[in-house]
Design a protein around this ligand. Structure first.
Ligand SMILES: Cc1cc2nc3c(=O)[nH]c(=O)nc-3n(C[C@H](O)[C@H](O)[C@H](O)COP(=O)(O)OP(=O)(O)OC[C@H]3O[C@@H](n4cnc5c(N)ncnc54)[C@H](O)[C@@H]3O)c2cc1C
Length: 418
């Protein structure tokens, strides 16, 4: 960890949101010589909450910059080959992992969250809970954040790491788009079903467009069974209360019905444990956000780029952006130049990944004809224009060079706030 220092004008940053992007932002700011304070709306630390997500090789690279390579590499289990199936157990296509990159890791969100919280404590970063941001006022020398409990805090910058429902996004631009519902709800959990072969050893992750819903599964490396998820078409979004009222046992019954013609989904679900299930009422994506920053406010993570879960990149891009924003603040004179360079660096990448994932998502909610076309086209596509080198390399192979200085964007390339 060699390069530190600040742009001379930013000393203290208010980071709104203590989920995944917020803590990584705080750790990266520290490394850049800027003092962060994290403000989280939840009244207390949220250990144990959330289902499973993947941190891809590029996300692990970003975590390594903030000194979490070893910790992140110990949680969850490695991701081997990705196998696309026809819903009857037949293989349509396979993406071998890129052997020269460390494997991505499937982990419970709570595991990464706990690692981040521990590191914040160890490094003495201040985290204040029960602080829901409701407004902000900017002056010539700083910005004051106002919280729902009537308190306020002042700093040089305000960074919105406050997720898809971001308040900072609307403070930057009241006309900013809201997160969009994908027409799918997510259900996932664990089953004692033992898959045969390499799948059972956790060496491959499987995705199947079933007869009525999309199914994903992988064997647990400790041999205890199978992790699974289902993306269920649901035209109107349900609210969290409705989802809770249905209850886990009923959600499991619905999954069994939806996947009754699919293999191995039917077998996995037959012995699935309702007590391990998580239901996400609405899978959401962020449409392109016109303004990533204004004045002393800027967005990072899901608040500005949440691709569909089909990308497997939501958390990885969030941590990448946090580290890159810190680099820009370290190297460029003044926050405006730093924000412009940050947006110019990040927008093309995150929007390309989001657009690619949106295509996969429309496939998930397509009808029987769309599914049949997919079955015919997938094997040819993977052999030709969708090879792992062409599709995975640009996404998974991205590495942040922390020590390289960020150049200002030229006036032609500059992306400005409103
Ligand atoms: C409880 C929870 C569980 C999740 N579980 C999964 C999962 O199982 N699988 C998956 O793929 N993704 C999950 N996600 C989303 C995933 O964490 C993100 O897609 C990704 O990691 C990017 O993280 P983020 O920090 O940008 O957003 P988030 O992880 O959503 O974090 C945003 C944080 O900001 C806080 N916040 C929001 N508004 C305010 C405000 N006004 N003032 C202060 N704080 C505010 C939120 O409470 C939250 O802690 C979950 C998110 C949350 C909040």
């Amino acid at each position: 960890m060699s390069t530190t220092g600040t742009n001379g004008t930013t000393r203290k940053a208010l980071v709104i949101g203590g989920g995944i992007a917020g803590p990584v932002m705080a750790l990266a700011l520290r490394r850049a010589g800027i003092e962060p304070v994290v403000f989280e709306a939840y009244p207390a630390s949220a250990e144990g909450i959330g289902g499973t997500f993947m941190i891809a090789p590029n996300g692990l690279g970003a975590l390594a910059v903030v000194g979490l390579e070893a910790e992140a590499g110990r949680i969850g289990q490695p991701v081997g080959a990705m196998v696309i199936e026809d819903g009857k157990g037949g293989v349509l296509a396979e993406f071998a992992r890129l052997a020269d990159l460390p494997p991505g890791r499937l982990m419970r969100r709570a595991e990464l969250y706990e690692v981040l919280q521990r590191r914040l404590r160890e490094t003495g970063v201040e985290v204040r809970y029960g602080k829901r941001l409701v407004g902000a006022e900017e002056g010539p020398d700083g910005i004051t954040a106002r919280f729902a409990d009537g308190t306020s805090a002042t700093g040089d910058l305000l960074i919105g790491a406050d997720g898809t429902g971001s308040t900072v996004r609307t403070l930057i631009d009241p006309a900013a788009p809201a997160a969009r519902y994908t027409g799918l709800l997510g259900v996932g959990g664990y089953s004692s079903y033992r898959l045969p072969g390499r799948a059972g050893r956790g060496e491959s992750v499987h995705f199947a467009n079933g007869a009525r819903a999309f199914f994903g599964y992988w064997g647990l490396t400790d041999g205890s069974g199978t992790a699974w998820f289902s993306n269920i078409p649901q035209p109107e979004p349900l609210d969290p209360e409705e989802v809770r009222a249905v209850g886990a046992a009923e959600w499991l019954r619905r999954c069994r019905e939806l996947h009754s013609d699919d293999l191995p989904a039917r077998e996995v679900l037959r012995v699935a444990d309702a007590a391990t299930m998580e239901v996400f009422p609405r899978l959401e994506i962020m449409p392109s956000v016109p303004h990533w920053y204004r004045g002393r406010m800027v967005l990072v993570g899901d608040s500005v780029h949440a691709p569909s879960n089909s990308s497997g990149q939501g958390a990885s891009l969030a941590v990448e952006s946090a580290v890159e924003l810190a680099r820009c603040l370290r190297d460029l004179p003044g926050h405006t130049a730093a924000f412009a360079a940050y947006e110019a660096m990040r927008r093309p990448r995150v929007e390309k990944i989001a657009a690619d994932a949106a295509r996969t998502n429309s496939q998930k909610s397509s009808g029987p004809v769309g599914r049949m076309v997919f079955r015919l086209v997938a094997p040819i596509a993977v052999r030709t224009f969708m090879s792992p080198e062409k599709t995975l390399r640009p996404v998974h192979g991205y590495r942040i060079d922390w020590d390289r200085r960020v150049a200002p964007v030229s006036s032609g390339a500059a992306v400005t706030g409103p």
